[in-house]
Design a protein around this ligand. Structure first.
Ligand code: ADP
Ligand code: UDP
Length: 237
């Protein structure tokens, strides 16, 4: 597999073409951003930890029948993935209230949501990733009604699989964000990453935050918490 030119440099990852038109390389950097990229810092080891964490989770999801981009780990910071035509919509599943939901509705952080909620946000930093609904996705052509049905179905399946996986490791999966794309065969595939950067994880007993909220809220020991989660799950680092 030959790495070719950089296609895109995001806030946390760089994306490279390869000699295979259906494959890309994602390079996980140490850059850590919050507030739609308004704050960016370098955190030692973050690229490596998130790359390996993501590979572990994507393989668990694949084994549970969820189509993912994952192909193979290439290096500490690099993974080979299926090239997807990304749908610019973030799918957020919540099991407990936190973050923007608490701000929007004034509910108490940690309130159990029964059942879970499923939300959509437009992936557009300049607009502050606005909250949208399914009719916006179709009306503005970001995705079709059929694609939305599949994205929701897969998001809820991810929630079932990962709620159990994290529960077994003594962690509550509070909420998470997924991004999907269309593969060359037309199928909807889970892309981007699943790591503590894009989800909330709390220790079941102490409710200690073990995710990117440690960075957003200046709680310290950000990567130490990610590594603790990885250790509990058995992710080889
Ligand atoms: P952002 O764009 O939010 O700053 P990143 O730094 O994580 O995020 O950049 C990674 C970019 O690569 C994102 O725009 C994401 O949508 C895109 N991407 C992730 N996985 C794939 C994939 N399998 N195929 C094509 N693009 C992808
Ligand atoms: N999230 C993300 N990228 C975003 C926005 C949110 O990964 O651009 C994740 C976030 O880490 C959390 C979930 O999606 O796990 C829900 O985020 P929320 O809407 O509460 O927004 P926040 O307050 O975290 O910005």
């Amino acid at each position: 597999m030959e790495k070719r030119e950089e296609l895109y440099r995001g806030k946390a990852k760089s994306v490279y073409k390869t000699d295979d038109a259906d494959r890309l390389i994602l390079l996980f950097r140490n850059d850590t951003s919050a507030f739609d990229g308004k704050r960016i810092e370098q955190l030692d080891r973050k690229g490596m930890v998130n790359n390996k964490f993501n590979a572990f989770i994507m393989q668990k999801l694949e084994a549970a029948g969820i189509p993912t981009q994952f192909d193979k780990l290439l290096a500490d910071n690099e993974v080979l993935v299926k090239k997807l035509d990304m749908i610019p919509v973030e799918c957020v599943v919540r099991n407990y209230a936190a973050g923007s939901l608490v701000k929007r509705l004034g509910v108490e952080e940690g309130m159990k949501l029964n059942p879970y909620t499923f939300e959509l946000f437009l992936k557009d930093d300049a607009k502050g990733d606005p909250f949208i609904n399914e009719s916006h996705v179709v009306a503005f052509g970001w995705g079709t009604a059929e694609q939305l049905v599949r994205m929701k179905e897969l998001s809820l399946k991810v929630n079932d699989v990962l709620t159990k996986l994290f529960d077994d490791a003594g962690l509550l999966l509070v909420d998470f964000k997924l991004e999907f794309g269309v593969f060359s065969d037309g199928s909807i595939v889970l892309g981007d990453e699943f790591s503590p950067d894009g989800c909330r994880l709390w220790d079941k007993d102490t409710k200690k935050k073990m995710d990117k909220d440690r960075f957003r809220q200046g709680l310290g020991d950000v990567i130490e918490a990610y590594e603790e989660v990885a250790k509990r799950l058995g992710v080889p680092l």
